[in-house]
Design a protein around this ligand. Structure first.
Ligand SMILES: *Cc1c(COP(=O)(O)O)cnc(C)c1O
Length: 363
């Protein structure tokens, strides 16, 4: 049996009729950018997360860099972020000219809240929390720290749609929650898309102006903004998927639970879940000291895997200029050398999962 790391087609065929109907409806409407579908999606997604406002954007990266732009964080400012993240989190900071200050992760792959305080300087303006792999971070401690030092709090929720800490949804703890709807995300569209959520009416209003060339009224431009609009087709299709998010998340949790119960191999370490937090299992990430051997072995058995991520941002060529070397963040670097995401997707069959489990247990 062949099992791929992800199957986005499955997520489409689950609700094929609804998606196709919505696509035709939008195509026939004659209105394609910033319209009824976007407005409806913004309301529904705000309601889903428990935030007051949502603003649809063109991508998750746009959500991040525009968040820092609107908060006025740029050149000369420092933003604290975990070292083990997707590089987009860091680009959201550096596009504005601000400097990322990296912190090592805890045992749940999230920022180690106990190591934040030592990194705060008088240039620190914000903390960017990444709920990596769908696992909510230790928000209690982080919110306290941000209050104590008067720091802005931005959340990168590109992998955590629906994940909660103490029953509150990720994205609603700080000033701005940033989401991506890239097709492979838990709430994925059929192209690029993103959004911010916020409780602050001014931030929401500023973001709406900013995403549309800085204009509120057509051809009257208040600021030098961007073109970062969620289109009607994506918004309509995202509404279809959003209506099923509860069952989609439940399915991922059941898959993760089965992996947890049945995977058993002393060479492989399974992911843990923080108390009072939960995971929506964007990825199911195991650790293995002999990772290359495991990858090759799984390949022979036609099981695909992905490394999220093989090169931490501080060692990537793009960030040479920050001046870090190998050894700068040993915990992060060790994770980069040992993590492996095994197949996890909506629509995964019991047969596929049983096969993955059986093969991994024989490694
Ligand atoms: C996907 C992702 C992003 C970027 O989202 P795009 O929509 O691809 O721009 C940012 N941060 C994290 C953690 C992501 O996984």
């Amino acid at each position: 049996m062949k099992v791929m790391p992800n199957r986005m087609d499955r997520g489409f065929f689950m609700y094929q009729k609804e998606f196709e109907q919505k696509a035709l409806e939008v195509l026939r409407s004659g209105w394609y950018v910033l319209g009824r579908e976007v407005e409806a999606f913004e309301q529904e997604f705000a309601f889903y997360t428990g935030a007051r406002y949502c603003v649809g954007l063109a991508s998750g990266l746009d959500a991040l860099w525009m968040a820092f732009r609107i908060l006025g964080i740029g050149s000369g400012d420092e933003v604290i972020v975990q070292a083990n993240t997707y590089i987009a989190s860091v680009m959201g900071i550096t596009i504005n000219g601000a400097t990322p200050v990296f912190v090592e992760p805890d045992e749940y792959f999230n920022i180690d809240a106990d190591k934040i305080e030592e990194k705060i300087t008088d240039r620190t303006k914000a903390v960017l929390v990444v709920h990596l792999y769908g696992q909510a971070s230790n928000m209690q401690k982080i919110v306290q720290l941000c209050k104590k030092y008067d720091l802005r709090l931005v959340e990168d929720c590109a992998q955590s749609h629906g994940a909660c800490f103490q029953g509150k949804m990720t994205g609603t703890f700080g000033d701005i929650g940033c989401f991506s709807f890239y097709p492979s995300k838990n709430l994925g569209g059929f192209g690029d898309g993103g959004a911010i959520v916020t409780a602050d009416a001014q931030i929401a209003a500023d973001m709406k102006v900013y995403r549309n060339y800085g204009s509120e009224k057509r051809y009257y431009n208040k600021v030098v903004g961007a073109n970062s609009r969620l289109d009607e087709l994506q918004a309509g299709l995202l509404r279809v998927r959003l209506a099923h998010m509860q069952e989609l998340t439940k399915e991922r949790r059941e898959l993760a639970e089965r992996y947890h119960e049945r995977l058993c191999n002393s060479r492989i370490q399974l992911p843990g879940v923080r108390k009072q937090a939960d995971s929506v299992w964007h990825q199911y990430v195991v650790r293995c000291e002999e990772r290359q051997e495991l990858i090759d072995y799984l390949n022979v058995h036609e099981i695909g895997t992905i490394i999220h991520y093989p090169i931490p941002p501080h060692l990537s060529e793009a960030y040479n200029y920050l001046g870090y070397q190998k050894g700068s963040f040993p915990v992060t670097e060790h994770l980069a050398d040992t993590v492996l995401s095994i197949p996890m997707y909506n629509g995964m069959t019991k047969e596929e999962q049983d096969y993955v489990i059986e093969v991994i247990n024989r490694f």
